[in-house]
Design a protein around this ligand. Structure first.
Ligand code: AMP
Length: 446
């Protein structure tokens, strides 16, 4: 999971990218980077860490120009070394390019092996580097055609922003698995970003989503951009964007994420009510919107029964299981005075490994809760996502290995229920299709 941004024809393109990346920090915290171009030379700054750590005022002395692309990394392919930070910059026969990618390429190993056999030397373990090599090795005369040729070779979920010294290419795969939108900046420039929350921070006006299978080409100094439909579409935005990933204030394909999360909570209350419960309590912050929906539908009072320490990073940042369980305790504390002797419904958006839920039930029971009923505002995750979400293997997914009752016993809850796939789809809107691989195992990109 990552965030990407591209800016063109704006006086301070790198600074706008910086703010956009800051707004999209939730999509990746491992590394960040920006390339900027003054129509002569592309310069790049990237490093491990958060946006506010990697960039300072001095960065923008270097990142000059009206063209920029940026990235926040959350590794789903490759590892978390500095070599795997983006943008990937390269010099090649037509000049210079810089590329940022959100998604995951499923045939990366085959393509990489072929390229290596052909003499390519790789710098990183990222799937994105395949695209750089494919572009560099193409015999086509124009970058546009080289990009299209590369897109014929790769398979998977992708949103790309590719900069040359004078152009910006904005591309979304034919399934549109990851979101990507474009907006207009106040100074007349254009911005492309993974989430619309980036537009709000930089004062850009939303124009439209990039369509699945579409490539938009923006040119320095030109007000018009070119839109080309490269592939037939089979649109399936990832349902997990609505469930967990995207920021609640973002609008994805015309739907506000917060409102959808509330609807999921309402549907959960309809499907799996808990009679005579005293309070609905969210897991902060991921369960808040769904808990509000659940409380509204059930008529049971909503209470913030768990306090979150905001100075601890996301649970998933530390790679080892040992660190993960420690972090949940650092992050969440119950309000004992509220919980003592009460029958509680706890709402979270999802269960992945089961670490969070187990800790939550345990801290609530220690705080004196009489009964803890866990309600999850998404279906059980039974399959790893191969399209860009960090749910890596079957072994680690608790619901892939244990039945619902076994998971309930493992987390120590008095009851456990998940939203059905049907209700999930109805909550987002059943007029279109979604990527639901984590729930139904339908790997539609083969
Ligand atoms: P777990 O503790 O492994 O069961 O993970 C579930 C918790 O992590 C929930 O509170 C979710 O909000 C959050 N979560 C779900 N999916 C992800 C993900 N791919 N990356 C980071 N956090 C996640």
């Amino acid at each position: 999971m990552c965030a990407i941004v591209g800016v063109i024809n704006s006086k301070e393109a790198a600074k706008v990218s910086y703010y956009a990346l800051f707004a999209m920090q939730h999509r990746g915290q491992e590394a960040t980077g920006i390339s900027a171009c003054d129509n002569d030379k592309i310069k790049t700054i990237k490093d491990r860490g958060l946006v506010t750590k990697v960039f300072n005022e001095g960065s923008f002395e270097i990142l000059k120009g009206t063209l920029a692309a940026g990235h926040n990394r959350y590794s789903t392919a490759g590892n978390d070394s500095i070599l795997d930070a983006q943008p990937i910059y390269a010099r090649y026969s037509l000049g210079e390019i810089s590329i940022v990618h959100n998604g995951n390429l499923i045939n990366k190993n085959e393509v990489r092996a072929r390229l290596i056999e052909d003499g390519a030397i790789f710098q990183s373990s990222m799937d994105t580097e395949n695209v750089v090599h494919l572009i560099a090795r193409s015999k086509k005369e124009h970058l546009r055609d080289r990009i299209i040729e590369a897109l014929q070779v790769i398979k998977g979920a992708y949103c790309f922003i590719i900069l040359s010294r004078h152009k910006m290419f904005v591309i979304r795969d034919r399934y549109g698995v990851r979101p990507l939108s474009i907006g207009r900046l106040k100074d007349g420039g254009y911005i492309a970003a993974s989430e619309t929350c980036a537009f709000d921070l930089v004062g850009a006006e939303f124009i439209r989503d990039v369509n699945p299978g579409e490539m938009l080409t923006f040119e320095s100094g030109k007000d018009e951009y070119k839109a080309e439909q490269l592939f037939d579409t089979d649109s399936r935005i990832c349902a997990f964007e609505y469930i967990y990933f995207a920021r609640p204030d973002s609008v994805i394909e015309g739907k506000n994420v917060y409102e959808i999360r509330k609807k999921m909570g309402e549907a959960l209350a309809e499907e799996w009510g808990v009679p005579d419960a005293d309070y609905i309590i969210p897991v902060p912050d991921s369960g808040v919107a769904a808990a509000l929906g659940y409380a509204a539908k059930s008529g049971i009072p909503f209470e913030n029964g768990i306090v979150r320490n905001h100075y601890v990073g996301r649970t998933f940042i530390e790679p080892t299981q040992e660190m993960r369980s420690q972090k949940v305790k650092l992050k969440l504390s119950p309000i004992a005075a509220l919980l003592n002797g009460k029958k509680i419904v706890v709402i979270d958006d999802s269960i992945v490994r089961g670490t969070t839920s187990k800790q939550i039930v345990s801290i609530l029971k220690h705080a004196g809760a009489k009964e803890v009923h866990m309600r999850i505002a998404s279906p059980a995750i039974k399959h790893p996502c191969r399209y860009g979400i960090d749910t890596p293997s079957y072994q680690e997914l608790i619901s892939a290995n244990l039945s619902e009752d076994e998971v309930r016993d493992y987390i120590g809850a008095d009851s456990l229920k998940f939203l059905s796939i049907d209700s999930l789809v109805k909550s987002i809107g059943d007029e279109r299709k979604y990527s639901l691989v984590s729930f139904d195992g339908n790997y539609f990109i083969q």
